[in-house]
Ligand binder design. Sequence first.
Ligand SMILES: Cc1ncc(COP(=O)(O)O)c(C=O)c1O
Length: 454
Amino acid sequence: MAMTTSAQGGPALAQQRRLVTEIPGPASRELLERRQRSVARGLGHVLPVFVTAAGGGVVIDADGNSLIDFGSGIAVTSVGNSAELVVQRVTEQVARFTHTCFMVAPYRGYVEVCEELNRVTPGDFDKRSALFNSGAEAVENAVKIARHATGRSSVVVFDHAYHGRTNLTMAMTAKNMPYKDGFGPFASDVYRVPMAYPFRWPGGPAACQAEALDVVTGLIHAQVGEKNVAAVVIEPIQGEGGFVVPPDGFLPGLAAYCRDNGIVFVADEIQSGFCRTGNWFAVEHEDVVPDLITTAKGIAGGLPLAGVTGRAEMMDAVHVGGLGGTFGGNPVACAAALGAIETMGKEDLPAAARRIGEIMLPRLRRLAQSHPVIGDVRGRGAMIAIELVRPGTLEPDPAATAQVARACHAAGLLVLTCGTFGNVLRFLPPLVISEDLLSEGLSVLEDAFAGLSS
Ligand SMILES: Cc1ncc(COP(=O)(O)O)c(C=O)c1O
């Protein structure tokens, strides 16, 4: 089978939806068969098309189909795939040297990324950063740092949380299937409290706003004891758990509670960070300043990099040699991050994210009016979701969610699902997507809902 290849990706790709075969087409199906024979079954695919190029708001597959990208590789390619400055910096770096290990012999790029992280994260105090390979690794290290800084061991996390797939982060993640099932025993001293989830709070959104903080702090007091808690770790807008946006006041109240009790407040901004929600970080919406902040995903335009940034005295509580890893802060990934962060500033991507929200939210709210299967429309900036339920109830409808996603995929729109109950469609377009393409993607989604009733 001849494979249609696009030698060049990046922003110069034609920004259009164009289907030349069914999805997946024959070239992708052939690769899928090879994948079946060579790759472990445990890795799933949202959309089994094999990618040959991507850029701006499109993904090109092996059959030459051009799909609209509402996923950004799960909130990673916020600056677009193969963004100009990322390619430039990576190309220069890869030709210079590819690795020394920062713990063996350091290099400037690592320091510059830490300087940038210290600059762009909230808080005008002295900060330090450390770099890792993945989001899960960053979360693990934030917990290590918080334990050293406090001399305490307990960690408090939330219902619907997602923090990764390593042993500690599986313990911190809420959802059993597919993330945890059969993989225990899990790390100990992790305690789960209810999330301030307005749509699903018993008594509704107003009760959520009024009660959630008291419920959470009451449970910590009764079941863990403040003096035992090293860290409270929260996603300011939950990602995999369903794009849950806590009501105003919850995060500031939680941060104040942590401050009053000597608990390290960790914001896991791995999905919500780096301009995604219309600010550089989602906590900024309510002027919340975390002690530690974990980043990954959007930080480096698609290259694997993650960070922990926070108060200098906490970060420096760990002895020399206590943090690190062979590949963490790899020079090529650092070069990519510097290109991505420069792009975010130059192109004002927080404003681009806000504009995406301004376009998407009203259209999704209109769609919800004509389709009662949409129980909730929520999100901020370019981190937007709709939650599907049996009309008039809170009963999740994962089947309708999957049906809409399949229809979108077949029509050339890459959308992702999420949520503890698998009933949330989430939208994470690259922040550089054109308004035309964004609008066309929304039309595809509207058509998919129109087809749902038939
Ligand atoms: C909020 C959050 N934390 C942690 C992680 C884990 O990141 P990684 O997959 O890079 O390990 C994710 C990934 O989806 C995430 O969304």
